[in-house]
Ligand binder design. Structure first.
Ligand code: GLN
Length: 470
């Protein structure tokens, strides 16, 4: 079994043809994890025993001829997605002992298909960060260079797939947390349209931005997993009605050139231009577009995100949820529990969020940011009247070194420049590998990001597969 080449579709065919069993496949991945994860630290917990049991059940289903696309497929799950009876900590100390009391809707769907859950993956605490260094349990390393970050916040999921320690993975993306680590680790990562995948059972970070999505070795794998988890859910009030994923033939791709002029690594720009050239050779028309509000998106995001985070994290107070500190008064319980439980970046977001929502400042910051967000949405909508998709690099730089941005939160936030606008607009986007650069003797991957209109995932898969072929 060659783990490097195996895809979900390939594994499906081999499992159904009984070339190997689901148990063998799972054992192979568990062995890889044992071998490599000491160095990479993609997983916070590996469920070896349960995974083998799930694999045996999958083999029985396959033997009955009843397999579905993901029956027996070994997956990694980000630590902010609930699986009944298992710890889910969002990589936070405040939830170190929290055992989920129900399955997230996406997990229910995967269980119905007989997927195998290998373990829960490391992340930035509560999905706040861009490097997976904000985990309370230590950082994950980039499999391409162990001195570099895998990206964040779904860095554990991305590193697990890239290092062949899972066939595919679930992540969540609030401002780039699937696409950026996918780019840094050299795999495909999809952030679906807001409302396309149920958020029930995803720990809320910023509810108007959060979306569960998929990471795979190829666009096809990200798609298969997406098809398994999408669909309307009554448990999520922002869930969209069911729709068909049709075949499309997109032709025209827009590039916001002006926005690429500043702050982008020269090698990233070269790889981006080469990818555009190859797409042109495959018959695509590449045109310049304007998205005048794009330069404001980081500022808008870093107001709206903390505002919603500070509200959502209020529930972790040692009473309703989370570790409870010993204290004499209720006020002290809150103070001590939250001081013990939250890391520095989480506190920073709570403070900024509380400030921008406070009376006297809410108009100047939060409401202003929401108004600009509407302008940004309208800008995207009008551009999509003229092009099928928009392309930008996923990140302005290749993977940076561990510790490089930790003392400068603004430098860390700047890494999100190309990903946060998409969450603000609520549209879908995918990161697909686009070659790489050499840094200090290591080949580092880069990501090409495609953005489609609302519910335009089919467009992303069509162009994404052409980027892979190009
Ligand atoms: N890096 C962004 C942030 O820190 C996005 C994180 C995410 O998508 N969860 O908020």
């Amino acid at each position: 079994m060659n783990l490097s080449d195996i895809t979900i579709a390939g594994a499906r065919a081999s499992l159904d043809a009984k070339e190997f069993s689901a148990r063998e496949l799972t054992d192979t991945y568990l062995y890889e994890i044992e071998k490599k994860d000491k160095d990479i630290h993609a997983y916070l917990e590996v469920w070896g025993k349960e995974a083998r049991m799930e694999a045996d059940a999958a083999d029985a289903t396959i033997a009955r001829g009843e397999s579905k696309p993901l029956t027996g497929i070994p997956l990694a799950i980000k630590d902010n997605i609930l699986i009944h009876g298992r710890v889910a900590s969002a990589a936070s100390k405040i939830l170190e002992n929290y055992v989920a009391s129900y399955d997230a809707t996406v997990i229910q769907k995967l269980k119905k298909q007989g997927a195998v859950f290998l373990g829960r993956t490391n992340m930035d605490e509560f999905a706040l960060g861009s490097s997976t260094e904000n985990s309370a349990y230590g950082p994950t390393k980039n499999p391409h260079d162990l001195e570099r970050v895998p990206g964040g916040t779904s860095g554990g999921s991305a590193a697990a797939v890239a290092a062949r320690m899972a066939l595919a993975a679930l992540g969540s993306d609030t401002g780039g947390s699937i696409r950026q680590p996918a780019a840094f680790c050299g795999i495909a990562g999809l952030k679906p349209t807001y409302g396309e995948v149920s958020r029930s059972g995803l720990m809320a970070a910023a509810s108007s931005l959060d979306q569960i999505g998929t990471l795979g070795k190829s666009v096809a794998d990200a798609r298969i997993l997406f098809e398994a988890i999408r669909g309307h859910d009554d448990l999520d009030s922002t869930s969209l009605p069911d729709s068909l994923l049709t075949r499309v033939k997109p032709k025209k791709i827009g590039v916001p050139r002006k926005f690429l002029e500043k702050g982008v690594d020269a090698d990233v720009l070269t790889a981006f231009e080469e990818t555009l050239t190859r797409l042109r050779e495959r018959g695509y028309e590449i045109v310049d577009i304007e998205l005048p509000s794009l330069p404001y998106s980081l500022a808008v995001y870093y107001i709206i995100n903390p505002a919603e985070v500070s509200t959502n994290l209020a529930r972790y107070d040692g009473i309703r949820y989370g570790v409870r500190a010993d204290a004499a008064t209720i006020g002290e319980v809150y103070e001590k529990s939250r001081s013990y439980g939250f890391g520095p970046e989480t506190r920073r977001r709570i403070l900024v969020g509380t400030f921008v929502l406070s009376s006297g400042y809410a108009d100047a910051y939060y409401r202003k940011a929401r108004a600009v967000r509407e302008v940004l949405r309208a800008d995207f909508a009008s551009v999509f009247n003229t092009v099928d998709a928009i392309a930008v690099p996923t990140t302005p730089t290749p993977a940076f070194k561990l510790g490089e941005n930790t003392s400068d939160p603004l430098a860390m936030y700047a890494e999100d420049i190309f990903t946060v606008p998409i969450n603000l607009a609520g549209v879908p986007a995918i990161s697909v590998p686009m070659g790489g650069v050499n840094r200090e003797g290591y080949d580092l991957p880069l990501g090409f990001q495609l953005i489609a209109p609302h519910r335009g995932e089919a467009t992303l898969f069509a162009i994404g597969s052409d980027v892979e072929k190009a």
